[in-house]
Design a protein around this ligand. Structure first.
Ligand SMILES: NC(=O)c1ccc[n+]([C@@H]2O[C@H](COP(=O)([O-])OP(=O)(O)OC[C@H]3O[C@@H](n4cnc5c(N)ncnc54)[C@H](O)[C@@H]3O)[C@@H](O)[C@H]2O)c1
Length: 267
C-alpha cells in the first residue's frame, strides 16, 4: 500500500476504523469519510495523521462529488476505494432483536409462534434510507472514483456487503435487499471495469463484534456467537484483513468475487 491513496467511507467507527488503521499501517495515505466528522478525525489521529478526515454523507450525490474533488486536490487521485459506510436502523434493531431471541427459544420447544412484524412495520423512510446509505452511497462513490481511476488505467474498489446479502437475514428485509444489491452491483461493475484496469470485489462478513453491535444487541451477543460454528463473532480486524487482501496485488486475479469471513455460518 506504500504511496497509495485510499478512500474509506464510514471510517469513523467499527469495521471502517479497523480498515483505515490496517491500510495506514501498510503505508497508504487514507481519506477517512464519515457522516460524523469528529469520529473520522479520531480515526485519522489513531492512524498517525497521514491523510484527510472529511465529513461526507455518502447518500448525498453532490456531497460525494465535492468530497472526491477535495481528495484529488489535497491528497491525490484515489488508488483504492472501500465502500464501507452503513447504518443498521437502530430503532428497528432494538425492536426486532428480542423478538428473534424469543423465536429461537420457541423453535427449540413447540415451534415459533411470535410474529416479528418486521417487514410490515418498515416505513417508506426506513426503506429509502437503508437503500440510500448502502446502495446509493456505493454507487455515488464508485462513480466518482472511477472517473479518475479509468483514465489512469488502474484502481481497486472493495464494497462491503454482508452475510445478509447472501442468505437474507430474518427481520431485516431492507438491510438484506441493500446488501444483496451491492453484490449485484459489484459483479456488473467488476466485469465492466476490469478492461480499464480497475478491480472490484466485495466482502460479506458474518456477525462482527463492533461497538455498535455491542450496544444494540448486547444481551443477544452470546446467542449470536453460539449460532456461529466458530463459536464467536469476528473482530473488525479480521474483516479489515480481508479488505486489505482484496485491495492488494496478491488479489490481482480476483474480479467480482465475494469473500465472506463468517465463522462457518454459511459455507
Ligand atoms: N457489524 C456487523 O456485524 C456487520 C456484519 C456484516 C456487514 N457489516 C457492514 O459493515 C459496514 C460497517 O459496519 P459497522 O458494524 O462497522 O458499523 P458502525 O455503525 O460501527 O460504523 C459505521 C460507520 O458508518 C458511518 N455512516 C453511517 N451512515 C453514513 C453515511 N450516510 N455516510 C457516511 N458515513 C456513514 C457511521 O457514522 C459509522 O462511523 C456496514 O456496511 C455494515 O452493514 C457489518
Amino acid at each position: 500500500m506504500s504511496g497509495r491513496v485510499a478512500v474509506v467511507t464510514g471510517g469513523g467507527a467499527g469495521i471502517g476504523r479497523a480498515i483505515v488503521l490496517r491500510l495506514a499501517h501498510e503505508g497508504a495515505r487514507v481519506a477517512v469519510l464519515d457522516v460524523r466528522p469528529e469520529t473520522a478525525a479520531q480515526t485519522l489521529a489513531q492512524a498517525g495523521g497521514a491523510g484527510l478526515a472529511l465529513a461526507c454523507d455518502v447518500s448525498d450525490s453532490a456531497a460525494v462529488e465535492e468530497t472526491f474533488e477535495r481528495i484529488a486536490a489535497e491528497l491525490g487521485h484515489p488508488d483504492l476505494l472501500v465502500n464501507n459506510a452503513g447504518a443498521v436502523g437502530v430503532e428497528h434493531v432494538r425492536r426486532v432483536t428480542p423478538l428473534l431471541a424469543r423465536q429461537r427459544a420457541e423453535a427449540a420447544g413447540e415451534g415459533v409462534k411470535t410474529p416479528l412484524d418486521a417487514l410490515v412495520r418498515l416505513t417508506d423512510e426506513d426503506w429509502r434510507r437503508m437503500l440510500a446509505v448502502h446502495l446509493d452511497g456505493t454507487f455515488y462513490c464508485t462513480r466518482a472514483a472511477v472517473r479518475t481511476m479509468a483514465p489512469r488505467g488502474s484502481g481497486v474498489i472493495v464494497n462491503m456487503s454482508s452475510i445478509c446479502g447472501l442468505e437474507g437475514c430474518t427481520g431485516h428485509p431492507h438491510y438484506s435487499a441493500a446488501k444483496a444489491a451491492i453484490i449485484g452491483f459489484t459483479k456488473a461493475a467488476a466485469k465492466e471495469l476490469i478492461v480499464q484496469g480497475i478491480r472490484v470485489n466485495a466482502v460479506a462478513p458474518g456477525h462482527v463484534d463492533t461497538s455498535t453491535m455491542r450496544g444494540e444487541v448486547g444481551e443477544q451477543r452470546a446467542a449470536i456467537a453460539r449460532s456461529t460454528p466458530a463459536g464467536r463473532l469476528a473482530t473488525p480486524d479480521e474483516v479489515a484483513a480481508t479488505v486489505a487482501f482484496l485491495a492488494g496485488d496478491d488479489a490481482a486475479f480476483y474480479v467480482g468475487a465475494v469473500l465472506s469471513p463468517n465463522g462457518g455460518l454459511l459455507t
